[in-house]
Design a protein around this ligand. Sequence first.
Ligand SMILES: [Mg+2]
Length: 358
Amino acid sequence: MKITAIKTSTMNVPNGPPVSEYYATNTYIVARIETDADLQGLGYTMLVGGFGARSVRAYLEESLIPLMIGEDPRDTGRLWQKMYENDRGIRKKGVPVYAISAIDIGLWDILAKSVEQPVWRLLGAHGDKVPVYGSGGFLPYTVDQIVTEAEGFRALGCRHYKFKLGRPNLMENVERVRDVRKALGDDVEILVDANQRWDVATNIRVANQLEDCALYWYEEPVLADNIAQCAEVARAIVTPVATGENEYTRYGFRDLIDQKAAQFLNPDIHRCGGFSEMMKIAHLAAAYDVQIAPHLVPELSIHVLASIPNAALVEFLAGSPDDLWVDPPEIVDGMMTPPERPGHGMQFSPEAIARYTA
Ligand SMILES: [Mg+2]
């Protein structure tokens, strides 16, 4: 089997509230991989807010697609390495890895379709469902709005809910968490996310005030570039730290693990290197009993989570558009099950393609 063409396109997908308060659209860079065997693969990567999207598409078209034409798409490991090693002048963080991820996701789609199996079964199935956590609770929300959103997820059976820290008045953050904990009771685990907003001292002050709330995790306390500082926070607070949505490849995650920066890792399949690399990251973490809870992209992350021993949770963000996909995986009794369809099982809906393609 040979790759005959890879066709790229850009889709600007509007966010509903509450995400739209921050980012009007997310941009999908799509890579449709065509073969001489009548099989197609859908690769795609998502840029939150659209930042960097044109650069990712340019890197795909200029640096990666020429490497792929004529190759056997089923050689996922070799082709990942070929993309990774193609140039030595750009470190594989940021834009190039978003692009590599898109191609890798499309290659796995073809490989799995070629043997008529879902991707998760080829990755080494461990289970067939994973608990979902509801994610949202944006900073403009009142406590009542946070509780209402959390109750909505609880009604779907979800037992974990995440909301944001980062209001300018520090004690207000502490009081919001306490109020939410009181309103939800003890049968919902609470996760908080600082989105890299604070320095080490501020995080420690806030987290120490929250010890009695028994939080499930404390996410992205400091700038993602500064792993040593994240580790400093992790050492100083009782709540487990989660991080990794802004980290790239096995090497970045090795550094997080080496420095004991987090007890939960949040790789994003569009940023960390696709299915191939996320599996390596998950297996590396398993050797340290570190758990995996991927950032966003539940429709693809669920394949990895169903295939590893150290799966924690899959993230489901409030406000994601619901007309984007044909038959996306749904939350049933708080759990998500990966599709049985061959490949990764995802297709953009014809309406979405017509409406959002730039
Ligand atoms: Mg986060």
